[in-house]
Design a protein around this ligand. Structure first.
Ligand code: MV4
Length: 452
C-alpha cells in the first residue's frame, strides 16, 4: 500500500479523501491555492504545499506545480478528486510518466469516455441500451435532417466534446433543425475546439439514473446500485437518493448487472459511473463518468462500502476483494448539496462563515470542510457541505432529513438549506414523483424567488 498520497483538490472532497487515507494509515499531502491557506482540509493533512494564486488555472489546474509538490514531498500517488483534473486523460498520463500512481482509471478509459461519440460507440459494443440516434458523428446538416426524419422529432444535437449538458441544442420540428445544427456546430467549435456533433431522440420527461461501478482491470467488476439524480436545475444537482423511487427490484438488478458486465469487458479499473436516462420503463446510456462523484456517499450509506478506500486499493494494484454477492443493499439514503448561494436566484454567495452548527444523530452524516470563522472564496464551485441522511425506509430517511435540515446552521453566507427544507415538503418529492424538469418548475413557483 502507498505510504503517502497527494490530494490534488480542495474543500469537502479533499477532506473526504484525507479521511480514507488516514483510516488506511496513509500520510496525506494537501496542495492549496493562496485563497485556501487556512482551509480545514489543509490543516488536517500531514503536509501541505501552496501551488499558486486563487485562480484555478494557476493552482488546482496547474499540472507542473502539482507534480512538483508530489516530487518534493515524496508522495507515491495522486488522487484528483472531482472536477479540476479528475477527468483529464493527459494529466493522468503525465502523473504516470513522472513515476506516480494516478488514483483513477487508465488514461485511455478517461479519454474514451471524454469523447461522447466514442463513449456511445463503446457502450453499443458493450451491449448497453442507447437512444435512437446517429451511429457516431453526424457529418452534415443534410445527414442530420435525414436522420431526424427517421427517428422522429424532437431531436437533441449534442457535442462530442461536451457532456454534463454543455453544448446541447434541441430541434423540436424540421424547421428548427438547420438553425440549431449550425448553432451547435459554431458553439462546439468555440467552446471545445472541436465541432463534432451527434444526434439523439430527445426525451421530454426522463429521470437521471446512474449506476456506480468498481473494476480492478483484472477481470473483476461489481456494481453498487443506482442513484437517482433527477433533482437538478441547470445541470446542477441539488439532491440525490438511492435507491431510486422509480425502479423496482428487477429493473435495479438488471441495469446494475449490465453496467458491471460492461465494466468487466472494458477492463476498467477504479470507480466509475454509468449515466442513463430512464423513461417509460426503459434505460438509455448517455455518458460514463470516470471519477468518484460528489454524490458517492449515498451509495456508501446503503452498502457500507468506502468507495474512496476501494479506489485507493485498486490503484495500489490490489484485486477487487468484493464479489457481487458480498454487496448487500440496506435502507435508503438521501444527499442534500449545501451550496453557498442564494437559494432562489442561485447567485453565488462567498464570504465569511460567522456561525456554523452541523446536525448529528443516528443516520446523519455531514461531509464538509467548513468551520465557524472560515472563508468561502469566490473562485471555486459553491458546494460547501453535503448532508447525507440514511434510514431503514425512504419514509424514515425523509423524516430524519427534515429534522436534520432544521438543525443545520450556516450564518454569514446564503445557502441552499432553505430550498431543501421547502422541496422535501413537496408532495411530488414525498411521493418520489419527479423527473429532470421538476425542480426548475418548482423554483419558478416559489414565492421567495420573487423577492430574491
Ligand atoms: C438528454 C436529454 C434528453 N434526451 N438526451 C444533459 C446532461 C448530459 N449528461 C445529457 N443530458 C441530457 N441528455 C436526450 N436524448 C436530457 C438531458 C438533460 C439532463 C440529463 C440528466 C440530468 C439532468 C438533465 C437536465 C437537462 C437535460
Amino acid at each position: 500500500m502507498f505510504e503517502k498520497v497527494l490530494i490534488a483538490n480542495r474543500g469537502e472532497i479533499a477532506l473526504r479523501i484525507h479521511r480514507a487515507c488516514r483510516e488506511m494509515g496513509i500520510q496525506t499531502v494537501a496542495v492549496h491555492s493562496t485563497a485556501d491557506a487556512d482551509a480545514m482540509d489543509v490543516r488536517l493533512a500531514d503536509e501541505s504545499v501552496c501551488i499558486g494564486p486563487p485562480q484555478s488555472r494557476q493552482s488546482y489546474l496547474n499540472i507542473p506545480a502539482i507534480l512538483s509538490a508530489a516530487t518534493i514531498t515524496g508522495a507515491e500517488a495522486i488522487h484528483p478528486g472531482v472536477g479540476f483534473l479528475s477527468e483529464n486523460a493527459d494529466f493522468a498520463q503525465m502523473v504516470e510518466e513522472h513515476g506516480f500512481v494516478f488514483i483513477g482509471p487508465k488514461p485511455e478509459h478517461i479519454a474514451l469516455m471524454g469523447d461522447k461519440v466514442e463513449a456511445k460507440r463503446a457502450a453499443a459494443r458493450l451491449g448497453l441500451p442507447l437512444l435512437p440516434g446517429s451511429e457516431g458523428a453526424v457529418g452534415s446538416e443534410r445527414e442530420a435532417a435525414a436522420l431526424a426524419e427517421e427517428i422522429g422529432y424532437p431531436v437533441l444535437i449534442k457535442a462530442a466534446s461536451g457532456g454534463g449538458g454543455r453544448g446541447m441544442k434541441i430541434a423540436r420540428e424540421p424547421g428548427e433543425l438547420a438553425g440549431q445544427f449550425a448553432t451547435a456546430r459554431a458553439e462546439s467549435q468555440a467552446n471545445f475546439g472541436d465541432s463534432t456533433l451527434y444526434i439523439e431522440k430527445y426525451l421530454l420527461r426522463p429521470r437521471h439514473i446512474e449506476v456506480q461501478v468498481l473494476g480492478d482491470g483484472k477481470g473483476h467488476a461489481i456494481h453498487l446500485g443506482e442513484r437517482d439524480c433527477s433533482m437538478q436545475r441547470r445541470h446542477q444537482k441539488l439532491l440525490e437518493e438511492s435507491p431510486s423511487p422509480a425502479l423496482n427490484d428487477a429493473e435495479r438488478a438488471r441495469i446494475g448487472e449490465r453496467a458491471a458486465e460492461a465494466t468487466r469487458t472494458l477492463g476498467y479499473s477504479g470507480a466509475g459511473t454509468f449515466e442513463f436516462l430512464y423513461e417509460d420503463g426503459e434505460f438509455s446510456f448517455i455518458e460514463m463518468n470516470t471519477r468518484i462523484q460528489v454524490e458517492h456517499p449515498v451509495t456508501e450509506e446503503i452498502t457500507g462500502i468506502d468507495l474512496v478506500r476501494e479506489q485507493i486499493r485498486i490503484a495500489a494494484g490490489h484485486s477487487l476483494g468484493l464479489r457481487q454477492e458480498d454487496v448487500s443493499f440496506s435502507g435508503h439514503a438521501i444527499e442534500c448539496r449545501i451550496n453557498a448561494e442564494n437559494p432562489w436566484s442561485f447567485q453565488p454567495s462567498p464570504g465569511k462563515v460567522t456561525d456554523y452548527h452541523v446536525p448529528g444523530g443516528l443516520g446523519v452524516r455531514v461531509d464538509s470542510a467548513l468551520y465557524a470563522g472560515c472563508s468561502v472564496p469566490p473562485h471555486y464551485d459553491s458546494l460547501i457541505a453535503k448532508l447525507v441522511v440514511s434510514g431503514q425506509t425512504r419514509n424514515e430517511c425523509l423524516m430524519r432529513l427534515r429534522r436534520a435540515l432544521e438543525e443545520f446552521v450556516v450564518e454569514g453566507v446564503d445557502t441552499t438549506i432553505p430550498l431543501h427544507r421547502k422541496l422535501i415538503a413537496a408532495t411530488d418529492f414525498i411521493n418520489g414523483d419527479y423527473n429532470i424538469n421538476w425542480l426548475e418548475r418548482f423554483v419558478e413557483q416559489c414565492d421567495e424567488r420573487k423577492s430574491a
